[in-house]
Every structure is written in C-alpha cells, then in structure tokens.
Design a protein around this ligand. Structure first.
Ligand code: UDP
Ligand code: MG
Length: 138
C-alpha cells in the first residue's frame, strides 16, 4: 500500500557551506518529491539538543548538536508517496562510506557526522520534526 506522506529533510551545515543547497533540492525534485515548505536558518545549540533529544545518551550527542548549530541549514517539508522511506533510501546509510551508489550521502557526505542531510525515520517522527521547524517557534 502506498500513500502520500510528508517528511522532514534538513540540508546540514557541511552541505550548505559547500553551496550544495540547489543541487540537493534538484535531486529531491528529480526523484518526485515536492518541496512544500522550506526555511534557511541557523539554530542555537539548545534547539539542536531538543531536536536530537532521542540521541541524548549517545557519546556523539554533544558534538552532533554543536555541529547542527554551527552554521546555516535548510529545513524542508518533502511530500511524495511513502515519502519517509523514499527519502531514507535516497539519503543512503548514515555513514557515507556505507551509503549506496547514487544516494545523497554517498555523493556528498564527508564523514559519519558530516553526512550532508537529515531525514525523518518514521511518519510519527516526521510530524514531530515538521512541527519543530515550521510551527513558528524557531
Ligand atoms: N552521528 C554521528 N556519529 C555516529 C552516529 C551518528 O555523528 O556514530 C550523527 C550523524 O550526523 C547522524 C546523526 O548523528 O546523521 C543522527 O544519527 P542517526 O543514527 O539517527 O542517523 P540518521 O538517522 O541521520 O541516518
Ligand atoms: Mg535518525
């Protein structure tokens, strides 16, 4: 069963810094995603800590939050059939070294931490993450 979903995508600081914003958006569009909303912002570390709260016990949590808040990012609401899984597949594995050929992380990712894009991992989390960026508290 396929159904139209929305998911949250973030173009992370390493990619914005390398001027890859338009190239990455083009990949989403070529793969059938509509970009319903987008916002280029820099967030505070405290906001990144909220966004990544699920990872708060992980050893990489503090560095991850410092990194996400280190420069401008582009948050987007993407829409397509089965958007959550389709975006995860298009992004590729967390570690660019393991990412599939043709995936965004394989093409642009620098390392497991600087891996160029974020994508929601479930429909439930997509709703929470879309609210986080687009419900006017950022
Ligand atoms: N991350 C990291 N070191 C690790 C694992 C993850 O720095 O060993 C970072 C990486 O930027 C990743 C983010 O933490 O994208 C969130 O991790 P998750 O396991 O949720 O990966 P994702 O869902 O982004 O593929
Ligand atoms: Mg994740």
């Amino acid at each position: 069963m396929s159904k139209i979903e929305q998911t949250l995508s973030i173009i992370k600081p390493d990619a914005v810094e390398r001027n890859l914003e338009n190239e990455i958006k083009e990949i989403f569009k070529q793969n059938g995603f509509s970009i319903l909303k987008e916002k280029k912002i820099q967030i505070e570390k405290s906001e990144a800590e909220k966004f990544y709260k699920v990872h708060e016990t992980k050893p990489f949590y503090s560095d991850l939050c410092a990194y996400l808040s280190s420069g401008p990012i582009v948050a987007m609401v993407l829409e397509k059939e089965n958007a959550v899984l389709a975006n995860r597949n298009l992004m590729g594995s967390t570690n660019p070294k393991d990412a599939e050929d043709g995936s965004i992380r394989k093409k642009y990712g620098i390392s497991i931490d600087k891996n160029s894009v974020h994508g929601s991992d479930s429909v439930e989390n997509a709703k929470i993450e879309i609210d986080f960026f687009f419900k006017d508290h950022l």
